[in-house]
Ligand binder design. Structure first.
Ligand code: FEO
Length: 395
């Protein structure tokens, strides 16, 4: 996509990755593709804010060339080390002989460990400023949103926040702004991005939002490093982040399971009916058949989760095991969790699932249930009651 002037003298020079379908080593399915955003600021001095993923280096260079020759770039702001934002740095630095890179101390260390180059690097921290001419750039360290090196860049003249990954979405579009795209799709992608990347960092994000509010600076535009730019209503995404990071949930339960011959599937469906009988919203997924990115997104707003598995070799089945490893990493503090499953001659899955999540911060108020082989009618009614009881504690 060509360079686009998003504010007088500030250009979007990033790229659209229409075809990417997996991210972070296949932990995240990017069904709508993504973008790697970079911004070029033209003033007495010229600054490039972030770069793009390595395979798109040439496209970034061509976009910059539409505005200025690369040799004129004075500064490159590296808000984040991760390769989707720094991957084009070696190609860019080869063409910008005088450019100085600015980033946090952790960024300096991280860039060296990625590229092993002794680039001209200036370490900055919160409160440091860079004078460009009419404009000044202010830097705000944002460690663990979502890497230790992460940083936000703020331009007071334009009330423009460039927070890198924060407030982003994996959303490939030809449009660049929030007012140009479908609002449901936009917020769906923003929520999916938060659930799958930022959820474990709730407390850090909550504190950072409060810190930025205390700075009392106007934010008229948020230009993240993925997806569209928030210009119509930046408060919309800030408020959404405030709610998600506070752990706000609704009367909703998510049932996730894996089944060997269908007995655990029968249990899952009865449990879901029991939950629904209490007027609680319920979502049900066989994790062996479902995209886990979608499931985790649904879990973000749910107050309770029920995990099921048939017992195999005295343990849970492999797809639910892989999924629960991710759930453990999400640290679902304060969410209600319980377990269910069928077994043959010896149980094991229910206990192993609880053991896996015992340090996750979740609450285990309702003990799990397990039935031998295929549940009979009375046992299916017990599953319904189990779901109903679980739903009552979510209210
Ligand atoms: Fe979009 Fe943390 O990289």
């Amino acid at each position: 996509m060509a360079a686009l002037e998003i504010l007088p003298g500030i250009y979007s020079v990033g790229v659209v990755d229409w075809n990417v379908r997996n991210f972070h080593g296949h932990t995240y399915t990017t069904r709508r593709g993504s973008t790697y955003n970079a911004y070029l600021i033209i003033d007495e001095k010229i600054a490039l804010v972030d770069t793009v993923y390595t395979p798109f280096s040439e496209e970034l260079i061509n976009n910059i060339k539409e505005v200025v020759p690369l040799g004129k770039i004075d500064y490159i702001i590296a808000n984040h080390v991760e390769v989707d934002h720094s991957g084009a740095l070696p190609s860019i630095m080869a063409l910008c002989s005088k450019a100085r890179i600015l980033g946090t101390a952790k960024c300096k260390e991280g860039l060296y460990r990625h590229y092993y180059q002794n680039w001209n690097f200036q370490t900055v921290k919160t409160g440091d400023k860079l004078e460009l001419g009419r404009r000044t750039l202010n830097f705000i360290e944002a460690p663990m949103i979502h890497w230790p090196d992460s940083m936000f860049t703020y331009c007071p003249l334009d009330s423009l926040l460039m927070p890198n990954d924060a407030f982003g979405q994996h959303f490939a579009t030809a449009e660049r702004f929030d007012d140009q795209v479908d609002q449901c799709a936009l917020m769906e992608e923003a929520e999916e991005y938060y659930a799958n990347i930022l959820w474990p960092l709730n407390s850090v994000i909550s504190r950072k939002i409060q810190e930025i509010q205390k700075l009392n600076v106007p934010i008229k535009m948020i230009a993240p490093s993925h997806g569209i730019i928030w210009r119509k209503d930046p408060a919309k995404i800030i408020n959404a982040y405030r709610s998600w990071s506070a752990g706000d949930t609704k009367n909703k339960a998510v049932v996730v399971y894996e089944t060997m011959w269908g007995a655990t599937d029968k249990m899952a469906k009865q449990i879901a009916q029991g939950i629904a009988s209490q007027g609680i919203e319920v979502k049900l997924y066989n994790i062996a058949e479902t995209d886990r990115t979608e499931v985790i997104t649904q879990m973000l707003s749910a107050r309770g989760f029920l995990f099921g598995s048939s017992t195999h070799d005295n343990d849970m089945l492999p797809n639910i095991a892989a999924f629960l490893e991710i759930v453990k990493g999400l640290k679902p503090k304060g969410r209600q969790i319980s377990f269910f499953g069928s077994y043959g001659w010896a149980g094991g899955a229910v206990g192993e699932m609880q053991e896996l999540l015992k340090d996750s911060g979740a609450d285990f108020t309702i003990p799990g249930i397990a039935f031998k082989y295929v549940p009979d009618q009375a046992e299916l009614e017990s599953c319904f009651e189990f779901g109903s009881k679980f739903a009552k504690i979510l209210k």
